[in-house]
Design a protein around this ligand. Structure first.
Ligand code: IPM
Ligand code: MG
Length: 362
């Protein structure tokens, strides 16, 4: 039976990079390697403009009835002054929450061809392969109460709540340890247990779950130190598991180790493995429409989708190899360009990956 994929292009460079991912999916379909039906929905600022809400009910229904979702990016300066409840980002947070996508996997892998594109010294980053497991539907992003109130003397006060239930910590821990079992069997849990009670509990529950995985070595690190260690000696990490907000921040940092945030894919999974796939970068409104965005993070998100939701691990590996082949050919979008390589457009990069994919043996 055909698998259904919902495409949510969103805003800024979203439509351009999704178009390149669609080329890859179309090639898979044409070559009889994947039986998929693609359907498109509105999200973010684009959805707000068309319907008055960043997450229309039709979009949610489409997503709920699909096997996987591929998302571009949301947001832009024109919506920054809107009420927070209808801002584009609410669409993204809303779909993550409504679909129960609590486990966000953000692999940071440095392609050897891009060692020179990283701002860090080659010896610090070459061979980097770490996995950030970010809790995605809890913590301060969703905690209640939240808002801005007026104090008695009239001054305004903003407040958010960092809250984690034991069960929320336990399930993300289980995901992290399970992934570590297939890797180097090391998990570093990042918290701020020296200051925040919620993450003191996080640390305790992580240690409890570790007992179920005796072959995995668990360490704990405070988030400030983790940020420093990520740029000092990132190869010390195998799997990093952390809260929603710390994971948001640390994954941008890890992305830059790989040369460009334009290279990093992600998967957001629910309890049963159904997922939404998206590049970790934003909508980059400053470069939208110019044909210079890097589509590789989105194409690599398709590879994650093939692996985790479409039961096609061989195609996933081939697609990742095709990306490597294109980098070997010296093709670079501006964000990963270095002297001696060839600068190409978003579309040319997508075409090159499709071409390489077709010629990559299965
Ligand atoms: C991310 C993004 C989102 C987040 C924004 C766009 C709401 O930064 O996916 O990392 O903070 O989760
Ligand atoms: Mg982010």
């Amino acid at each position: 039976m055909s698998k259904k994929i919902t495409l949510l292009a969103g805003d800024g460079i979203g439509p351009e990079i999704i178009a390149e991912a669609v080329k890859v999916l179309a090639a898979l379909r044409e070559h009889g390697e994947l039986d998929v039906v693609l359907e498109s929905g509105l999200i973010g600022g684009a959805a707000y403009e068309a319907t008055g809400t960043p997450l229309p009910a039709e979009t949610l229904a489409l997503a709920q009835n699909s096997d996987a979702i591929l998302l571009g990016a949301v947001g832009g300066p024109q919506w920054e002054t809107l009420d927070i409840k209808v801002r584009p980002e609410k669409g993204l947070l809303g779909i993550r929450s409504a679909l129960g996508l609590f486990a966000n996997l953000r692999p940071a892998i440095l392609y050897p061809q891009l060692v020179g594109a990283s701002t860090l010294k080659p010896e610090v980053v070459s061979g980097l392969d770490l996995m950030i497991v970010r809790e995605l539907t809890g913590g301060i992003y969703f905690g209640q109460p939240r808002g801005v109130c007026r104090l008695e003397h009239g001054e305004r006060q903003g407040f958010n709540t960092l809250v984690y239930k034991e069960s929320e910590i336990r399930r993300i821990a289980q995901v992290a340890f399970t992934i570590a079992m297939k890797r180097d069997r090391r998990v570093c849990s990042v918290d701020k247990a020296n200051v925040l009670e919620a993450t003191e509990l996080w640390r305790e529950v992580m240690s409890e779950v570790a007992a179920e995985f005796p072959e995995v070595e668990l360490s704990h690190m405070y988030v400030d130190n983790a940020a420093m260690q990520l740029v000092r000696a990132p190869k010390q990490f195998d799997v990093v598991v952390t809260t929603n907000m710390f994971g948001d921040i640390l994954s941008d940092c890890a992305a830059m180790l790989t040369g460009s945030i334009g290279m990093l894919p992600s998967a957001s999974l629910d309890q049963s493995g159904r997922g939404m796939y998206e590049p970790i970068h934003g909508s980059a409104p400053d470069i939208a429409g110019q044909g210079i965005a890097n589509p590789l993070a989105t194409i690599l998100s398709v590879a994650m989708m093939l692996r985790y939701s479409l039961d096609s691990p061989a195609q996933a590996t081939r697609l990742e190899k095709a990306v490597g082949a294109v980098l070997d050919q010296g093709l670079r979008t501006p964000d990963i360009y270095s002297p001696g390589t060839t600068q190409v457009s978003t579309g040319a990069m997508g075409d090159a990956v499709v071409e390489a994919f077709i010629h990559t043996p299965g």
